[in-house]
Design a protein around this ligand. Sequence first.
Ligand code: BG6
Ligand code: MG
Length: 218
Amino acid sequence: MDKKGFIFDLDGVIVDTARYHYMAWKRLAESLGISFSKVKNEQLKGVSRVRSLEKILNWGNMELTEAQFNELLELKNNDYLAYIERMDKDEILPDVPRVLSFLKQNDQPIALGSASKNARTILKEVDLLEVFDEVIDGTNVTNAKPDPEVFLKAAEGLGMDPSDCIVFEDSVAGIRAANTGGMMSIGIGDPAVLHEATYVFKDFTEISNEFFSKLISE
Ligand code: BG6
Ligand code: MG
């Protein structure tokens, strides 16, 4: 039987948490007097917590001691976690349940490949942890996206060759990671932003089961 490895990013692909990261980073940046925008935020999508803060401080030409840096990381994460604590299944993005059950019914291996250290907490909260055959997150990797490590580990965990894997991503860094890893990349979001992806869709409502069947048998 035909099999492909389906690897999903979490924030902004499975759940609507990208906006919480945005809100928490915006508050933190502005508290430091550094202006923040949706355009700047695109550069943080898919990027690790540490690297994101480095970028923000860079935009503001700010240098901090290690202790101050760690304090801000904690502040941002606590702010983010306050949003996460209130989340439930309503935060699962449109048609994600349909897609995941279609893949399950067709015996396709499914993995999560996320930069987030909060990934398992979030999956538990929306009751999706059991759906994934493999979960690779920010606690399992040393090299952040656009490095392909997270997706290569996910592919390995599924026992699939990278060339037989398909990655779903809402970030430029993640699309680059998938492409560098030799996988098909499918962007979820704005085609103007995610133009390096093999295909781009606004969201999963635009991807039919027939399209998935084709991916499986190709
Ligand atoms: C990615 C998000 O999925 O995870 C980034 O796109 C975020 O915005 C990164 O910074 C790390 O997440 P966390 O939960 O470990 O701070
Ligand atoms: Mg994402």
